[in-house]
Write a protein that binds this ligand. Structure first.
Ligand code: MG
Ligand code: ZN
Length: 371
């Protein structure tokens, strides 16, 4: 009897140590070197779905093994704006609509970009809006209102961000206080660009590219291939850093297509974002020490890909008639896609603030109350 007991104990301890258990432990022990957070502004599930129906190429969303859902409400409103939405990702707290890197009491809190910087990582922001617009601003600036774009521009100088690419030149160079922040950036060692000429020759160091006076034009109206090459240039430069990097890439104008209820605009922005995701995933395949997360701050437009149902008696179930239910945002849960070391923690249903915590935990960074 005793012998059987011992044999059983040995058997069970052996059984418990077979590969699935070991793999789980190994996955948990894996720490990403790099984190790339991609935000499709206003990108709900129908926006994502449009990438499956409106392009010739296979969408890159097929490539994600881990999916979650995020609840986007802010501290002040059931329906968030992009400032509170991005600040939830950047500081891990719900705040009020309009807040940029500050909590619900307007107190500045350290952002994940600043934590990464303090840990010796290289950092970057790429957007198709002004770089001072709510989403990118929430990762680097601390201001009570998203309207304060000149103050937000000044906050870029208070950090050691390595690369930022987007619009918003006027908030740096044509300011009420008369200060030319482009000169300040140059003095701080940045190479400053006002168009894409010459960017390709840069392979390291600090880069500030302000490619439009305010917002970038839509993809179909002159912006063209800007987001993907900008993201890949940022990755090329940031990846020189031995201690890894944190990069936020935003498809800013998916939201704007939703606000104007223009399905063609929305879908062309979604496809541009999809292509950028593809390039990022190709990079992460070559550099598997990279955690990639793709999500949205909220849904915009109440967008849907419903059947063309003009004829009430018999709908055409082979024709999609994209439609909208609002020119504002909605509070529909948004999808979260993840791949790479630490990605398994992104499955499930959670608050948008958990995305901050999950990224911090993956990187082994510790939340610090004191900024
Ligand atoms: Mg945005
Ligand atoms: Zn919006």
């Amino acid at each position: 009897m005793k012998v059987i007991k011992v044999v059983l104990i040995i058997f069970f301890s052996w059984a418990c140590n077979t590969s699935p258990q070991i793999q789980t432990n190994e996955l948990k022990a894996q720490k990403p070197k790099n984190v790339i957070l991609m935000i499709g502004d206003g990108m709900g599930l129908s926006q994502v779905s449009s990438a499956f129906y409106y392009q010739k190429d296979s969408t890159n969303f097929w490539r994600f093994p881990v999916i979650g859902l995020s609840r986007t409400s802010s501290a002040s409103h059931k329906i968030t704006d992009s400032a509170a939405g991005a600040t939830a990702f950047s500081i891990g707290k719900k705040t009020y609509n309009g807040a940029i890197g500050v909590n619900a009491d307007t107190i500045p809190e350290r952002t994940i970009l600043e934590y990464a910087e303090d840990a010796g990582m290289a950092t970057g922001l790429v957007a198709t809006s002004a770089i001072t617009h709510a989403t990118p601003a929430s990762f680097i600036a601390h201001q009570p209102s998203r309207q304060m774009q000149e103050e937000i521009a000044s906050d870029f100088l208070k950090t050691d961000i390595d690369v930022f690419i987007g619009g918003g030149k006027q908030f740096f160079t044509d300011r009420k206080d008369g200060v030319n922040l482009a000169d300040s950036l140059t003095a701080k060692g940045y190479r400053v660009f006002f168009d894409t000429t010459g960017i390709n020759e840069v392979h390291n160091g600090r880069v500030a590219a302000l490619l439009a006076p305010d917002e970038m034009p839509p993809y179909a109206q002159g912006r063209g291939e800007m987001l993907m090459p900008s993201a890949m240039k940022a990755i090329e430069i940031l990846s020189q850093n031995q201690a890894g990097f944190f990069l936020m890439i935003e498809g800013s104008q998916i939201d704007w297509g939703g606000h104007v209820n223009n399905a063609e605009y929305l879908i062309s922005e979604e496809i541009d974002f999809d292509h950028t995701i593809g390039a990022v995933l190709d990079y992460s395949k070559q550099h598997p020490e990279t955690l990639v997360i793709v999500t949205a701050d909220h849904e915009t437009g109440g967008f849907t890909l419903a059947a063309d149902h003009a004829d009430k008696m018999k709908g055409d179930y082979n024709t999609i008639a994209p439609s909208f239910s609002t020119t504002g945002h909605s509070t529909t849960l948004v999808p979260v896609f993840a791949i790479g070391p630490g990605s398994e923690t992104f499955s499930g249903v959670y608050e948008n603030t958990a995305i901050f915590t999950k990224m911090m935990n993956a990187l082994g960074l510790t939340y610090n109350k004191v900024r």
